[in-house]
Design a protein around this ligand. Structure first.
Ligand SMILES: Nc1ncnc2c1ncn2[C@@H]1O[C@H](COP(=O)(O)OP(=O)(O)OP(=O)(O)O)[C@@H](O)[C@H]1O
Ligand SMILES: [Mg+2]
Length: 184
């Protein structure tokens, strides 16, 4: 996840520079629930049509890559955000510049557990997740694949995967809540 975020940010900055900007401001905020960043430039900007086309992988400005018809930066950003339940907002005005804001849920562990649990086939798996905060307070949850599969009626179809994702997310959130209660 972090590797692809770095790729995405690099692409956005490259877009800014290629748009003739001489000022690019980046803000990057990471907290326990999400990663958010904005890239703001003072480049040539886009009108509404260009902005709409920027979402289309089969369009590029035809100038940057003569002979290439696809521009992948912004569609890749949108696709990545869609896949993980994030969001992207792009504001742009001609002659003034462009501001891209993106937010991704910081739930790479949820995705990891779902992956590990949802390989096809009949296998048992247990996962113990422990979280220790800076005061050494500990919280944990346990997952047992067989029990989970029985409760959800299998782990194969899309519906069950959705439920699995929700369930694991709620387990992760319960760890964070214990932390927040402790803080207050
Ligand atoms: N910051 C920006 N300022 C002005 N125009 C932009 C900006 N970012 C994107 N665009 C416009 O949107 C188009 C699509 O951008 P996108 O990053 O998706 O593809 P690309 O930059 O053309 O190609 P690639 O990213 O694959 O090198 C660009 O060609 C450019 O016209
Ligand atoms: Mg680009």
């Amino acid at each position: 996840m972090h590797a692809s975020l770095a790729d995405i940010l690099t692409d956005l900055v490259q877009n800014s520079i290629e748009a003739g900007s001489n000022l690019v401001n980046i803000v990057f905020i990471e907290d326990i629930k999400s990663i958010r960043f904005t890239v703001e430039d003072n480049g040539r900007g886009m009108n509404k049509g260009t902005l709409e086309r920027a979402d289309d992988p089969f369009r590029t400005d035809g100038i940057k890559h003569p002979g290439r018809r696809v521009g992948l930066g912004i569609p890749f950003l949108r696709q990545t955000a869609d896949q993980v339940g994030g969001r992207v907002d792009i504001n742009s005005s001609i002659g003034k510049g462009t501001r891209v804001e993106a937010e991704f849920p910081a739930d790479h562990l949820v995705q990891l557990w779902v992956q590990c649990l949802s390989f096809g086939g009949d296998y048992e798996m247990t996962i113990r997740r422990v979280r220790r905060d800076s005061d050494d307070r500990e919280s944990l949850y346990d997952i047992n694949r067989t029990e989970l599969s029985e409760a959800l009626g299998g782990l194969e179809d899309a519906g069950a995967l959705g439920l699995l994702m929700e369930y694991v997310r709620s387990l992760e959130e319960s760890l964070l809540e214990i932390d927040e209660e402790g803080d207050s």
